[in-house]
Design a protein around this ligand. Sequence first.
Ligand SMILES: CC(C)(COP(=O)(O)OP(=O)(O)OC[C@H]1O[C@@H](n2cnc3c(N)ncnc32)[C@H](O)[C@@H]1OP(=O)(O)O)[C@@H](O)C(=O)NCCC(=O)NCCS
Length: 324
Amino acid sequence: MSNHLLWRALSRADIPAVARLLDESERVDETSEHYDAADLAEELDDETLDLATDSVAVFDGQELIGMGVVRVRGLVRDVHVVELWGTVHPGYRGEGVGRGILARQLHRAAALHAERHPDVAGRIVVRPYDHCPDHVRLVRAAGLTPLRHWFDMERDLSDPLPDVPPLAHDLEAVPYSAARDGELRLVYNNAFAASFGAVEQDREGWAQWFTGSRAFRPDLSRLVLHDGRVVAFLLSYFYEADAVADGHQEGWIGQVGTLPDFRRRGIGTTLIGQALHAYRQAGFSRAVLDVDGESDIGGLCIYSRLGFRVARKRTSFVRVLPVR
Ligand SMILES: CC(C)(COP(=O)(O)OP(=O)(O)OC[C@H]1O[C@@H](n2cnc3c(N)ncnc32)[C@H](O)[C@@H]1OP(=O)(O)O)[C@@H](O)C(=O)NCCC(=O)NCCS
């Protein structure tokens, strides 16, 4: 590895440089994920992330050529999940920069686990795309092992849309309303309690990543009520930077969930069908989402039935940290 490179933590002032670096990486990696400076400010400048300890930046002179972040999301149920995210400029790949970043991230992730939750098992997670072999090789070489597959799915909204089956007479679909946001968070936690990789959300996490995020589209999000209580929901998001980069206005189905007692009554199918029509009405050309490729409770099956196709695959590679 070049020994003239400067290694330090990221700072808020680096955000424009991170945006440029991610842009350079995306030209090669083609993950379809784009970030503008405002997205990155939301991603990197929040209270749950301490950049001074939980990030690494690599500079060649003034240029940021690599970065990595270590992040804990949500509350701990039975496992403490620590996620790693990062990239290396395509012009500097194959020179050990990624190895150096990942080694620092793994070290920090283990320390975070030991500091915060030594009494439960920890799981360090990296999710490279399957079509980025360098990234996959890197995490394998560090001894992480593949655990789970995830699919990015897309549906072209210019193709005929399915008819939306009506809900049963005891159920009512209503628009998202902020007045129900606290209840919705608890319903989300309940609906996703058994879903692999979903962590319980506290108020801060919910506000940061779900209905308080700048991409959230309340007007395209729906709740289903039974006896005045929320029993199912679909939350939509729109990422401006993706639209600017690839010209597609995409409606992102971020989360769809039905409480266990209300499943298999067609609610999920109706919510997704309604969302497809609403997205087309809003002028979007595609509906997109990412889904657990191995879940045995529905998501993948409903999406395939409604015309979604797998666009990309990624794999969770993990290192398990023992209980101390
Ligand atoms: C996925 C989910 C939203 C489906 O909600 P739902 O209201 O049950 O959806 P539907 O009644 O329209 O079910 C549609 C199909 O999904 C499949 N399905 C739903 N629940 C299932 C279960 N428990 N076991 C097996 N298949 C299931 C079936 O194929 C079902 O069609 P069928 O009843 O005609 O066989 C719900 O199971 C859920 O909240 N899961 C946890 C969260 C999650 O995984 N969300 C999706 C990823 S974001």
